[in-house]
Design a protein around this ligand. Structure first.
Ligand SMILES: Nc1ncnc2c1ncn2[C@@H]1O[C@H](COP(=O)(O)OP(=O)(O)O)[C@@H](O)[C@H]1O
Ligand SMILES: N[C@@H](CC(=O)OP(=O)(O)O)C(=O)O
Length: 345
């Protein structure tokens, strides 16, 4: 019997264990929290065991940072983590109450109560252990377990945070260590797109992407999932589904290669300002070290009289530092050329 299955039998249940993570936008208001509670209830009615990971409401972690900075520009790390971790504790408690209110048996846990042990690198801690029996104890009582994301505790009892955007890491680490069937990341867009859909109007939803490519895509700025979460998923071969909490959609499956990809070109684009008018423009390629694609991109940038100041390559990506003011038009054009709408993704 495989390890994933075995774990479920130890938990004395043969149904699927799923980890669902809801980001800040998905739990941004009380109405949204109530909506999320209904989504969880629907999944539980299918008969699955559910562990939920939540982020802080909306941009409340930013507000906590601002409050501390009004006192000092240099808060002590332990107190700062103690403060930042409260955002997720609030949303965990509210979601647990919302679940209970609609008849779902639920228990809310801080990272510490869930047994998430981390290194002592405050503000950027790594999960090193999960005391699994704590979560299984509640799952075996048929409860939905709601865990505060983005936080853990050191072996000597200090609360830590994992780094901004770290609730994704909590969700995928829990999914990996609990041997869940999959981890679902619920957010404000339908899944992983070929570019940020809020910036590039022609961005298309990617149905499936491999761990390696998603890792580079996330490292290069596709903000929809944290790169360290992708790293956990890759190491434990955990399938991750990114989908919307607002509208029904199949989302994007991050997993192993299906081996039947017809697209041999570019799968994703990211760009951000480095300083002033200098931009870093990155392309995620479907194939490793595909030099022909790099040459085509460079030819296009040359034709547009965009001077490449620096180039960086990694197995599935190529990045260019270019200076320009109308970068948005360039991106739109690059997207149309290199990810044309007739190519399957
Ligand atoms: N390639 C991409 N695919 C999807 N979303 C992306 C991509 N690049 C950037 N994003 C941005 O990521 C946002 C979702 O991430 P985030 O704001 O961290 O959500 P959450 O609040 O759910 O954690 C989207 O609103 C979108 O603008
Ligand atoms: N609340 C934390 C952790 C987090 O992951 O948030 P979100 O899922 O909303 O990006 C942050 O803002 O960094």
């Amino acid at each position: 019997m495989g390890k994933r299955k075995l774990e479920r039998w130890i938990g004395e249940k043969s149904m699927a264990l799923i980890v669902q993570k809801f980001g800040g936008t998905s739990v941004g208001t009380i109405e949204r929290i109530k909506h999320v509670a209904h989504l969880i209830k629907q999944q539980q009615e299918v008969g699955d065991q559910i562990v939920v990971v939540v982020s802080a409401m909306g941009h409340s972690t930013d507000s906590l940072e601002v409050m501390a900075k009004e006192i000092t520009t240099c808060p002590q790390q332990k107190a700062y983590d103690l403060l930042l971790s409260t955002g997720e504790q609030l949303s965990t408690a509210l979601l647990t109450i919302a679940l209970q209110e609609i008849g779902v048996q639920a228990i809310g846990l801080t990272g510490q109560q869930a047994g998430i042990v981390t290194t002592d690198k405050h503000g950027h801690a790594e999960i090193v252990e999960l005391q699994k029996e704590r979560i299984f104890h509640w799952l075996n009582q048929s409860k939905v377990v709601v865990v505060a994301g983005f936080q853990g505790v050191t072996i000597d009892g200090s609360i830590t945070t994992l780094g901004r955007g770290g609730s994704d890491i909590t969700a995928v680490a829990l999914g990996s260590l609990l041997h869940a069937e999959r981890c679902e990341i619920y957010t404000d867009v339908q899944g992983v797109y070929t570019a940020d859909p809020q910036l590039v109007s022609k961005a298309r939803l990617i149905k499936q992407i491999e761990y390696e490519q998603m890792l580079e895509y996330a490292q290069l700025g596709a903000q929809v999932i944290h790169p360290r979460a992708v790293q956990w998923a890759k190491s434990h071969q955990l399938p991750v589904l990114v989908r919307s909490s607002f509208e029904k959609s199949e989302g994007t499956l991050i997993g192993q290669s299906s081996g039947i990809n017809l697209n041999k070109g570019v799968i994703g684009l990211t760009y951000h300002a480095v300083e002033g008018k200098l931009f870093k423009l990155s392309f995620i390629r479907m194939e490793m070290n595909a030099l022909a694609i790099d040459q085509m991109i460079e030819q296009y940038l040359g034709e547009q009289k965009l001077h490449i100041k620096r180039k960086e390559c990694s197995p599935y990506s190529v990045s260019y530092y270019i200076a320009g003011s109308d970068i948005h038009t360039v991106i739109d054009n690059l997207h149309s050329i290199f990810i044309p709408s007739n190519v399957a993704i």
